[in-house]
Each structure stands twice: as C-alpha cells, then as structure tokens.
Design a protein around this ligand. Structure first.
Ligand code: GCB
Length: 740
C-alpha cells in the first residue's frame, strides 16, 4: 500500500544557484512551508528578492520493498523548480502554483543529497511576470515522499490524482450516472467503491492503464451550494497477484450548472445568483507559506460574510482550499496566472499551467469554470498571437473538461466588441470606475450598454473595489482618499448596481483580503493592495465587510456600527451608520434613545456631538457599541499626509483664469496646440513609470471619450500616486504659461 510522508523538516536553505556537493551545515535551517519573501515581499519598494534559491535535504535510502517506487510530491514550488538528486537532475517544473511529482527511485543511493533549486526570477516565459501582487518564491506548500508498490495508481500525469469522476445528473428523476476513471501503472484489476452508497465494481484497465466504470445513483443527494454541499467519496483499489497493492480515494459532488445571459447562474435547476469575493492566498508575515489553519480561517471569514462564490485569483490555490470550498458549498472560479501582459514565449507555459489546473482539480464540484486569463490586454493589444494563445487554451479546456465553461476577466479598457471577448464561453469584466477613474455610475452605464448590445452574452462582474486603510477616516469621504468611509460608499453603490442586474452571472468583490503587492506604496501603507474588506493579517474587518454581511448572511443576525475607528470628530452633528441584516435598528447615545429605523442593510442616523459619547445600536438581540468624541479640530491622524501636500500646493497656487491649468478638461488641453504636447509628455512619463492602465487606456475609444470630459486635476488624483506632487506642480506651471 502507498505511504505518504511529509518531508517538511530538515531542509537547509540559501539564496544561491550553486548545487552543493554535501549538506551545507552552515546554511539556514528551514521548515516547510517556506517562502523567502515573507518580509521583503510585503514592505513596498518593489524590491523583493527574486532569483534562484536552493533547498537541500540529506536522507538515507528509504526502505523500499521489491518493485516499490519512491516519488517526491511538490504541491507548490514558486515559480520554477529543478530537482536534483545526488547530482543527477531529475525534473524541471515551470509554474509556481500547481503540483508536480518526481520519481526518484532510480537515482537513490544509500546516502542521498536532494537539492531543489527554486527560482522566482524574471523571465519571458513563465507566468506571472507582471501583475499587481507579490510573486513569492519558495517551497511554500511543503514536500511529500510517496512510496508506492510496483502496481500503483498513476502519479506522473500532470500532478493529477489518478482518479476522475464525471457525474451526470438527471434532476427530474433525481438520479445520477457517475463515470469513474482510473489510471494505473502495472497489471492489476481495479475495485471501485462508492462509499456508503454502492458496493464494489471490478474493472480491468485498457492497454494504456485506464479503467472505467459507471455507477448509477438513485435518489441522488445533490451537492447544493452553501445550503447542502453533499459530497460522495469514491475509493479505488488495485488488485494484483491476489493482493491489494494500492488504494486512493477522492470526493465528488452531483450537481448541474447552467449559465444564462438574461437570468444568470443556475445551480441544480434553480436560479442561484453568484455573489461573492475574490481571494489571494497570502497573508501578513507569512506570505504564501500557509498552514491548514490559515486556510480554514479564510474559509470561516468567507462563510461569515455569507458569500456563495469565491474567485480564487490569480492562480491555482492549494488543494486544501478547493477541498474546503467543496465542503462548504462555495462556487469557485479557478484560473491560471496568465495575466496583465501577454508574452509570446509564454504560450507553452499557459498550456502547461492550464493542463495542471484542470487535471488536478477536475473532481471538485465547487469549481464551475476555468479562467483563461486576467486583464491580458492591460499592457498591450489583442495581437494575433494573444488571440491564438487564448483559442488554444480554450480548446484545451474543452478537451480536458467538457463539463465546465471557460471564462475570462477583461480589463475595463477592452472594447466590448473585441473578438477576444468571444473566445471564452462566458465572460466577465473588471471595472474600477469610481476608484481609479470615472464616477461610480459609469459602472452601471457600462453594464447596461453591454447588456443591451449583447443580450445573448453571459457576462459577470469579476472585479471591483476601492482601497481603504482602516486608520484613515473622514466625514466627507471621497474617491482616492483611502478612507474606510469611501470604501463603504463605493460598495453601497455597487451592491445596488448588482441588485438591479440579476443577469450578472457572478460578481466578485476585489478583494476579501488585503494582499501584498510590493510595487505599491500608497494609502499610508507600503507594499499592500488595500482593497480588501479584511486586513492582510485577518485581524480587522473593515466596515464594508459588514455591508456585504448584511446583504448576504441570512443565518446569523447581527448589527454593526460603522466608524468605530473614527473617534475624534470635528463636527456638531455626525453621521452614525449601521449595517445589519435585521429589518429594524434602534440607536441610543449615552443610553438615551435616538430613534428606530426600518430598512435594509444600511441605517443612517444623525447624532449631535457635545463631548464623548457611547453609541449603541440594537437589532433584535444584537447590539454593538462605539465611542465617538467631539474634537475641536480635524484629527490629522485620519488623513493621508501626502494627499494633504497636494491639496496645500494648489491652495497656495495662483491659478490664472486666462491661462490653461490642470483644472481644464483633458479634452480641452489635448485640443490646444500649446498644451497638448505638455500633457502628452506627462502621460508618456506616467506610462513608463506605472504603465498598465495608462498604456492600455491610450487608443481606447470608450475610455478616451470619458476621460476627455474630466479635468486633468481629477484624473491626476485618480492616478493614485503615479505622478509625484512636485511633477504635478511643474505641470501646472507649464500649463499656466499658455494663454487661452
Ligand atoms: C485588477 C487586477 C488585480 C489588481 C486590481 C487592483 O484589475 O486584475 O490583479 O489587484 O485590479 O487592485 O488594481
């Protein structure tokens, strides 16, 4: 029988590409899971260490009975790994998020030295290379030693489990026909059992080692989303020479899925609007080297918010996480890191990563679609090569898995009539109007125009969000201020947008958790994308978290007072906002009733401030209490220093009304021969420094039309730090020299 042993202890580690001849006792000892970017990948500056590092482990020959094979399993080696045993290179794997296995049997000696070179350096082949998140390097999901008998289930097929279930459900008859396939090495009969439901079926493999059987299920218990995520387990045993040599098992679920352009998503024949969040896997202090407890905590938070779907962005997540999604009934969008920038030399890598994603995750009932790419035209156009790459990926997915559609997450600049949109079976847009640029209502208009023009296309909202640093507070939240309050307003708007557009097959908040993007340095933090509803350490649930909880969580009544971190308020009357999933909320201030409101999700009270007050909200049996205080002056701790600087510059600036300035619209500035070159030069610079959005924006008709009507000043504010205050001042000074 097979044995699986964790090989997480006893490693030596150094940042070197040199393969040592003996165990380097002076190297750092590490225990897996491990990443070398847990600190520098999260502290900003875009300077985290990327390169080749070496993990070394000495071991004596494992006891192998006759014919037994020893394999090493790597569930995540980021990004490229080369496995060398006793000086002999046994495998090279490109792609940092999927499992691969290596048969080490023939290279074993009495005393062994295993060296795994892991590389997260730059290249033009292995995705991701350009994206808004940290590309942690390391053996961050541990290593396993698997010993199998001579006759065993396949371990070498793209890291897959060797066992595949394809259920076909008849909803009317409540029956299912479940095709079970296994792949094996060596001669032997396969015994398949559906635990607790169906006795053994014996089946023999074909010449290629593939065996197949079909189970017929009466009165099938459906895998029915968060309400009832029932899982079946299949156990496969290999019988050879009268003995059971190997055994594996895997779970599956019986469900049907349907995607409708007008009515959205259907689970098991009923409308099941997918409303949820995206997740990046990393967290503060540990990077991507997660424990099972970390995964469980993330799942508990997703369950608490009440989401029924999660986009596992932007790469393959840990098996443990897809398992949790199966168990909890979350509907999953799974994808590969084909992102931001198409690399012609990376085609094979996209195909390899997709093959592994599908083969390794085929059995998970939670997964309903395969994501081909994310914002792939963000820093370029849909070239012929890019199109061809997508067609190949799309065909590959259909070949490997005819049961699930393909999808894509489009950047907002991608023209809605682009042929790229038509490649995947269903689509989705990432829109950030109301954050990076434009007004919140642009989101509504965008989707309405799309839906009217393409009523037969299944479309979703794969990303939207606004950064919020919970330290930053304001009574007048506005776009770009990074306050908790603006994040609330933003999401209140988008929730209404979603409510009114039930045809959106799925919507995913970007992001449930803040995540590391070492290239970022904004909003009062270094190296963090703060669009999360929860901080990167999972310690603070920002106010907007509770808005979604109020909208989605139907099982746990709660009441939440917003603004608990906004204590000192320099105003006579302040707004107290309450989020709740109850229909009625009452408020007291210092024990005195203020009022009772009936409504849905958002309850807003006005409260006079005289000194320090204890504010309590009550809904049914639930209460929440905060303290607020009247302050003489706005508390500077709640504002961004850098933002203050920009504002001050222009307060002192003398804007000559007879000359151009950054307060003119982009359209007017580009139309005048004196100012157009100045603005163009500024844009070129911005493109070079932080170019994705700016670059893709150029040449985009929809976007250019919209931007032309906006003042340069407001566009600059939205560029979120791309252009430093001094450059803005100089730009304005140059424009002020051009008379109107
Ligand atoms: C996007 C990307 C995502 C970024 C996000 C953002 O469109 O798909 O990877 O993190 O925008 O926050 O800018």
């Amino acid at each position: 029988m097979r044995t699986v042993t964790e090989w997480n202890g006893g490693w030596r580690f150094a940042k070197t590409a040199q393969i040592p001849a003996t165990l380097p006792e002076d190297w750092v000892q590490v225990t897996l899971p491990h990443t070398w970017n847990a600190v520098d990948g999260q502290d900003g500056g875009n300077d985290y260490w990327r390169g080749t590092a070496m993990y070394v482990r000495a071991f004596s020959r494992p006891a192998l009975a006759a014919g037994e094979r020893a394999w090493l399993e790597f569930p995540g080696a980021a990004m490229t790994a080369t496995v060398t045993l006793n000086g002999q290179t046994l495998a090279r794997h490109e792609g940092g998020y999927s499992t691969f296995r290596v048969d080490i049997t023939d290279a074993l000696a009495e005393d062994n030295l295993l060296c795994v070179a892991v590389d997260n350096g730059e290249n033009d082949r292995v995705y991701p290379q350009k994206a808004d998140f940290t590309f942690y390097g390391g053996l961050y999901r541990g290593v396993n030693l698997i010993i199998v008998p001579a006759v065993h289930f396949e371990l070498g097929h793209h890291g897959g489990p060797g066992l595949r279930m394809t259920p076909e459900v008849d909803l009317e008859r409540r029956t299912a026909r479940v095709k079970v396939e296994t792949w094996q090495v060596g001669e032997g009969l396969v015994r398949l059992e559906l635990e607790g439901v169906h006795g053994a079926i014996f089946t023999a493999p074909d010449a290629a080692g593939r065996a197949e059987a079909v189970f017929s299920l009466e009165d099938v218990h459906l895998w029915d989303g968060v309400e009832d995520p029932y899982l079946y387990t299949v156990t496969a045993a290999l019988l050879s020479g009268g003995e059971e040599t190997d055994q594996i098992s895997a779970r599956f679920g019986c469900r049907t899925i349907r995607f409708d352009a007008q009515e959205g998503f259907f689970l098991n024949g009923r409308p099941y609007p997918l409303r949820g969040v995206s997740r990046h896997q990393d967290r503060a202090g540990v990077g991507n080297a997660l424990t099972l407890d970390h995964h469980r905590e993330d799942m508990a938070i997703i369950r608490e918010i009440g989401a029924n779907t999660v986009r596992l962005a932007h790469y393959q997540h840990a098996q443990a996480y897809y398992d949790l999604c199966d168990e909890q009934g979350l509907i999953v969008w799974a994808e590969i890191p084909y992102i931001t920038q198409h690399m012609p030399a990376g085609r094979q890598n996209t195909l390899d990563q997709m093959t592994e994603l599908v083969v390794q995750n085929y059995n998970h009932p939670s997964i309903v679609c395969w994501g081909l790419s994310n914002e792939i035209t963000a820093s370029g156009t849909a070239t012929g090569d890019l199109m061809e790459n997508h067609r190949l990926l799309n065909d590959l997915c259909h070949r490997l898995d005819p049961t699930r559609p393909t999808t894509m997450a489009h950047v907002f600049m991608l023209e809605t009539d682009s042929p790229l949109i038509q490649i995947a079976d269903i689509g989705s847009y990432n829109l950030y109007f109301g954050w990076y640029l434009g007004e919140l209502e642009e989101n509504d208009r965008f989707f309405d125009a799309y839906h009217e023009r393409f009523p037969r296309r299944v479309m979703g909202f794969s990303e939207y969000g606004a950064d919020a640093n919970p330290a930053l507070q304001s009574s007048h939240p506005e776009r770009g201020d990074y306050t908790e309050g603006y994040q609330c307003l933003y999401h209140e708007h988008i929730l209404r947008l979603i409510d009114r557009r039930p045809w959106l097959w799925a919507t995913h908040v970007w992001n449930l958790f803040d995540f590391a993007a070492d290239g970022r340095d904004e909003g009062g933090k270094h190296g963090v994308n703060q669009k999360g509803l929860v901080t990167m350490d999972r310690q603070v649930k920002k106010d907007a978290f509770y808005l979604y909880k109020a909208a989605w969580n139907r099982t746990e009544p709660f009441v939440h007072l917003c603004g608990r971190r906004y204590v000192n308020r320099a105003e006579e009357v302040t707004e107290i906002k309450v989020y709740s999933n109850c229909a009625e909320v009452s408020l007291t201030v210092d024990g005195v009733p203020v009022g009772t409101l009936r409504g849905e999700r958002v309850f807003t009270f006005r409260v006079p401030l005289t000194g320090e007050h204890t504010v309590t909200a009550r809904a049914g049996d639930c209460t929440d209490t905060i303290t607020v205080r009247r302050a003489a002056q706005p508390d500077p701790a709640y504002r961004l220093a850098q933002q203050g600087e920009v504002v001050n510059w222009f307060d002192r600036e003398d804007f000559r009304p007879d000359c151009f300035s950054i307060r003119d619209t982009l359209g007017a500035l580009m139309a005048h021969p004196g100012t157009a070159p100045i603005v163009k030069a500024m844009m070129d610079k911005a493109r070079a420094s932080r170019g994705d959005v700016a670059q893709a924006a150029s040449g985009n008709r929809n976007l250019e039309r919209m931007m032309a009507g906006m003042s340069l000043e407001s566009l600059l504010k939205q560029a979120a730090g791309a252009i430093p205050p001094e450059a803005v001042r100089q730009l304005n000074a140059a424009l002020q020299r051009v008379p109107k």
